[in-house]
Design a protein around this ligand. Structure first.
Ligand code: GLN
Length: 318
């Protein structure tokens, strides 16, 4: 894989070779980890699924295994709602949500009281609820959900992306912790919209079903200073792209963000569906899916696959 080091990858075959090597590295581990079971619809997913896709800034791409199978992107959606909210309200967002790693699990409530309803960062559940509230902007949830869906279809350049309504309902039926977080934030005056509207929008954004290929394509603008290198459109300004990458690096894996930086060294965002989106600045976006999670709620095999990829390419930012 030496050929990939230090330059833009132009070649599908080279990327396919890289993914084949990474898949072989993690093959013995496939099926390990625990599938999230607090959302009943996710508990039914086969833990032996494994997919990975890479889309380079040159437009070259490759996938392996279940790389074209849709899965529940869950908290990976928080990267895209953050991008959307920054476009809508700009820096005013930072008055309502912080940008420090939480050192706490994704659904933790403890810090919220100390910090008076201002969540630590936009990539934990509490922060993502505030971001979703900013997108809602006093509209009906259906309108905001349609906007988020249209945004992901545009970014992934694929009109077939959809929300899995069964997953959204399953989470709504059991989302007592998220309801607690939203009510708590509301009590501190940091939600403009009704709690029920924020939760409905949030559960639907988490229930977006996308494949690794679609997810990597959708995140590609983050590898290219905010401009989609294939279509040429600017998605966010350069400063916003840099900041989103920084937040992914420091906060994208909750209380295991330090470990992910240590092992992989790329901005990344995980979801309890077992997906991870990672960004190799100036090079590529990579998505991996393996449903078994580690104790921090991040994909166990997905993290190993990204560690292997970073080692083989030298793409760590450090
Ligand atoms: N929808 C999930 C939740 O709110 C997202 C969590 C995650 O992916 N880490 O619990």
């Amino acid at each position: 894989m030496q050929g990939i080091l230090g330059r833009i990858v132009e070649n599908n075959a080279e990327l396919a070779g890289l993914l084949a090597a990474v898949a072989a590295d993690v093959a013995p581990q496939i099926g390990t980890g625990r599938v999230a079971d607090y959302i009943p619809a996710l508990a039914r997913v086969d833990p032996r699924r494994f997919g990975m896709a890479i889309v380079a800034c040159s437009g070259a791409s490759a996938f392996t295994g279940d790389g074209e199978a849709p899965f529940s992107i869950q908290s990976v959606s928080k990267v895209f709602t953050l991008t959307l909210a920054l476009g809508r309200v700009g820096d005013a967002l930072w008055r309502r949500v912080g940008r420090e790693p939480s050192g706490s699990p994704f659904n933790s409530i403890v810090q919220l009281e100390h910090e008076r309803g201002i969540p630590r960062n936009p990539l934990i559940n509490a922060g993502a609820l505030v971001v979703t509230d900013a997108i809602l902007a006093r509209r009906r949830p259906e309108i905001a959900i349609a906007e988020i869906l249209a945004y992901l279809r545009e970014l992934s350049d694929d009109p077939t992306v959809n929300v899995d309504r069964e997953v959204a309902k399953s989470e709504a039926d059991t989302g007592f912790r998220n309801a607690s977080l939203a009510n708590f934030i509301k009590a501190f005056g940091n939600l403009d919209n009704p709690v029920a509207s924020v939760l409905e929008t949030y559960f639907n954004q988490c229930a977006l079903a996308m494949s690794c290929r679609q997810l990597a394509r959708a995140g590609l603008f983050l590898a290219n200073r905010g401009v989609d290198p294939v279509g040429g459109q600017r998605i966010v300004d350069e400063e916003a792209a840099r900041r989103i990458n920084a937040i992914m690096m420091t906060c994208g894996h909750y209380d295991a963000s330090g470990d992910f930086a240590f092992r992989v060294g790329l901005p990344g965002k995980s979801g309890v569906g077992g997906g991870i989106l990672a960004i190799a600045p100036r090079r590529a976006a990579i998505a991996v899916w393996a449903p078994g999670l580690n104790s921090a709620g991040n994909s166990l095999v997905g993290s190993l696959a990204l560690e292997s990829l970073a080692r083989r390419t030298g793409w760590s930012v450090f």
